[in-house]
Ligand binder design. Structure first.
Ligand code: XMP
Length: 563
C-alpha cells in the first residue's frame, strides 16, 4: 500500500502542516515526495566503509533535500535527529563532516534544540544552514536576535564581501539568488568568524571561520530556488576531503552484504506488483540470497494488457526467481460485481489483497521476513518538537499491516533511496530501461479507471484503448516527459456513425499529467495533432469505443485517477 492509499483511507491527513511550515515547496523535490512536513529519517548504516557525512536534523521541511544534493555528489550521508546525537554517537559515527539543518525553532527559546558541544571539537568541517547557522553562532559565542526586521521569507540576493573557497563558482555574474526562510537572524558573529556575504535582511548571510572549516549560511542552498546551491555543497565536500566514492555499484555491494547479514538462512517473501520499487527490491534481494526469496504476484484481474505475463516472464523466466503467480481474477472480479462506489471498490480490493497474499505466502512455509520496496520518503518520521520524534512511521503501512499480522520481520533494502536512485539501482542490476521508467500504476489497478460498475467487457475495452494510447505516447517520444498517462472508460454509451452505420458504444477519457510527486499535477499539453491521431486510432482499433475525450483537469481540483 502506498502513501496515497493511506490518504484515501484517511490514516494520513492531506496537509498536516506544522505551525512553522516553511512557505515554499521545492519543485526539485524527489519524485514521490508527498507535500507534507517530513522531518528526518534515521537509517543506520554506520558500518559503512565509506567516508560519512552526518546531517543533524533540526526539523526543517527540506532536510532530505540536503541528503539528495550530497548523494548527487556521490557522498554517503545519514540524517539523524538532533535529540539522538550525543557525544558518544559522534564518536561512533566518526563523520568526516557535519551539516546542521534548518528547523522551525528559535535558538533564543529556552530548551531549543542543540547539537552536542563535542561537535565543535571533532576537528571536522561543519556547515550550518538557517537554524543550523544560528545555533552555531549562539553556541560559539555570537548572538542571535529576533523581532522587527529580522525575518526574511522567499527570494533574496546575496552580495559577496570577500572570497572564500566554499564560494568557488559563486558570484560570477554578480549577486546570487538564494532562498531565505527565517524569523530570527544573527546579530553578532562568533569569534573567529568573518562575513563573506550579506543580504538585505541578513547581514550575516554567509559567514565562516576558514581556519576551523566552520561555515554558516542563513539561506537554504539545498532548494531549487537557490539555483547555485549545489555548487556550495560541492565545495563543502571537496574542502572536507570526500572522494565521492558512494556510487550505485558500491550501494549494491553493501546492500547485498546487509541483506545476507539480516536474513541469514531464513526465507523471505516479497509482494511483487510489477512496479519499479518492488521489482528492484526483489532483484536485489534475489541477488543476495537466491532461492531463499519467493515472490508473490497477485493478479487481481485489474491489470493492464499483458501485464501479468510480462511480470511473470521477466521474474520467473529471465531472473529465475521462485515466483507464485496468484491468479485470483475470478475472486476479485466476483466480489466487485455490481459495485460502483469508489471507496467500496478500494476497500474490497485492499482486503482481498491481504487475504490472498497471506494465503499464498503461507505456501512458502516458514518465511521469517517480508521484503518491501519502501523508499526514503516513506520512512521519514515527522518531528514533534515538544516530545521529540513522533513514532508515525509510514513504511509499515505499505502492505496494510501484513508484517504484524503474519509475525514477519521487514527487509527494506531501498529505505535510503529516492525514487530516481532506485531507478539507477535498477539499471545497475540490469533491469531493462523500459521497465524502470514505467509510469506509476495504482494498487487497485483498472478498477479506479472504470467509474461505475466494473464488467469484464469494459475492462477488456479499457485494456485495449490504454495500450493504443501508451503506444501513441511512446511513438511520439513523450513517455518520459509525462508522470502518468492512462485511459478511463466512462460509464456512458454515446451515438456515433462509422461507415454508413450507427454505433452506440462507450466513451473514454484520456488522462496525462505532469507532476513532481503525484500530490499536485498539471494536465499534459498534447498538440491537437497528437490528440486527433490518437482518437482516430482508438476508435478504429478498439471495438466498443466510439468517442474519445481529453481530460484537462489539474490536481487540485481533480485527482489524477478518476476514482
Ligand atoms: P490521485 O488519484 O490521488 O493519485 O491523484 C495520485 C497518485 O497515486 C496513485 N494512486 C495509488 N497508488 N494505491 C497506489 O499504490 C492506490 O490506491 C492509489 N490511488 C492512487 C495514482 O495512480 C497517482 O500516481
Amino acid at each position: 500500500m502506498g502513501v496515497s492509499d493511506q490518504y484515501r483511507q484517511g490514516s494520513l491527513s492531506r496537509n498536516p502542516k506544522p505551525a512553522h511550515f516553511l512557505p515554499f515547496r521545492d519543485t526539485d523535490a524527489p519524485a514521490n515526495l508527498p507535500n507534507r512536513y517530513w522531518g528526518f529519517m534515521a537509517v543506520s548504516m554506520t558500518d559503512s566503509s565509506h567516508d560519512r557525512l552526518l546531517i543533524i536534523d533540526f526539523g526543517s521541511q527540506v532536510t532530505q533535500l540536503i541528503a539528495r544534493r550530497l548523494r548527487e555528489l556521490n557522498v554517503y550521508c545519514e540524517i539523524h535527529p538532533f535529540n539522538k546525537v550525543d557525544a558518544a554517537f559522534l564518536e561512533r559515527f566518526a563523520p568526516k563532516a557535519v551539516i546542521l539543518s534548518g528547523g522551525p525553532s528559535s535558538v533564543i527559546d529556552a530548551g531549543s534544540p542543540r547539537p552536542p558541544e563535542a561537535l565543535f571539537s571533532l576537528g571536522v568541517p561543519v556547515l550550518g544552514i538557517c537554524y543550523g547557522q544560528q545555533v552555531m553562532m549562539q553556541m560559539l559565542g555570537g548572538q542571535v536576535e529576533t523581532g522587527h526586521g529580522t525575518a526574511e521569507f522567499g527570494r533574496a540576493y546575496v552580495t559577496p564581501q570577500a572570497s572564500l573557497p566554499l564560494l568557488d563558482g559563486w558570484f560570477a555574474d554578480g549577486d546570487e539568488q538564494v532562498w531565505m526562510s527565517h524569523g530570527d537572524h544573527v546579530a553578532r558573529i562568533a569569534p573567529g568568524f568573518a562575513v563573506y556575504g550579506t543580504s538585505p535582511n541578513a547581514p550575516f548571510a554567509i559567514t565562516a571561520d576558514p581556519a576551523r572549516h566552520f561555515y554558516a549560511v542563513q539561506f537554504h542552498p539545498e532548494v531549487h530556488h537557490t539555483p547555485n546551491g549545489a555548487r556550495l555543497y560541492e565545495n563543502f565536500v571537496r574542502l572536507a576531503g570526500f572522494t565521492g566514492d558512494w556510487t550505485m555499484g558500491a550501494y549494491r555491494e553493501e546492500a547485498i552484504r546487509r541483506i545476507r547479514e539480516q536474513v541469514g538462512d531464513a526465507k523471505v517473501i516479497c509482494g511483487l506488483s510489477g512496479g519499479v520499487d518492488s521489482s528492484v527490491a526483489a532483484v536485489l534481494i534475489h541477488e543476495a540470497i537466491g532461492d531463499q526469496l519467493t515472490c508473490v504476484f497477485v493478479d487481481h484481474g485489474l491489470l493492464r494488457l499483458n501485464e501479468a505475463e510480462e511480470v511473470v516472464e521477466m521474474f520467473r523466466d529471465h531472473y529465475n526467481m521462485p515466483l507464485i503467480h496468484a491468479d485470483e481474477r475470478e475472486l476479485f472480479l466476483g466480489e466487485l460485481d455490481g459495485v460502483s462506489d469508489p471507496e467500496t471498490k478500494r476497500k474490497i480490493i485492499g482486503k482481498l489483497f491481504i487475504d490472498v497474499f497471506q494465503k499464498h505466502a503461507a505456501e512458502v512455509g516458514g518465511a521469517k521476513f517480508l521484503a518491501q520496496g519502501t523508499l526514503y520518503p516513506d520512512v521519514i518520521e515527522s518531528v514533534s518538537f515538544s516530545g521529540g520524534p513522533s513514532a508515525t512511521i509510514k513504511s509499515h503501512h505499505n502492505v496494510g499491516g501484513l508484517p504484524e499480522k503474519m509475525g514477519l520481520k521487514l527487509v527494506e533494502p531501498l529505505r535510503e533511496l529516492f525514487k530516481d536512485e532506485v531507478r539507477a539501482l535498477g539499471r545497475e542490476l540490469g533491469l531493462p530501461d523500459s521497465f524502470i521508467g514505467r509510469h506509476p500504476f495504482p494498487g487497485p489497478g483498472l478498477a479506479i479507471r472504470c467509474p461505475g460498475e466494473i464488467t469484464r467487457e469494459k475492462l477488456e475495452i479499457l485494456r485495449k484503448a490504454d495500450a493504443v494510447y501508451i503506444d501513441q505516447i511512446r511513438k511520439h517520444g513523450l513517455y518520459d516527459d509525462i508522470w502518468q498517462a492512462f485511459v478511463a472508460i466512462l460509464p456512458v454509451r454515446t451515438v456515433g456513425v462509422m461507415g454508413d452505420g450507427r454505433t452506440y458504444d462507450f466513451a473514454c477519457a484520456l488522462r496525462a499529467v505532469t507532476s513532481v510527486d503525484g500530490m499536485t499535477a498539471d494536465y499534459y499539453p498534447f498538440s491537437h495533432e497528437f490528440l486527433g491521431e490518437t482518437a482516430t486510432r482508438i476508435i478504429n482499433e478498439v471495438e466498443g469505443i466510439n468517442r474519445v475525450t481529453y481530460d484537462i483537469t489539474s490536481k487540485p481540483p481533480g485527482t489524477i485517477e478518476w476514482e
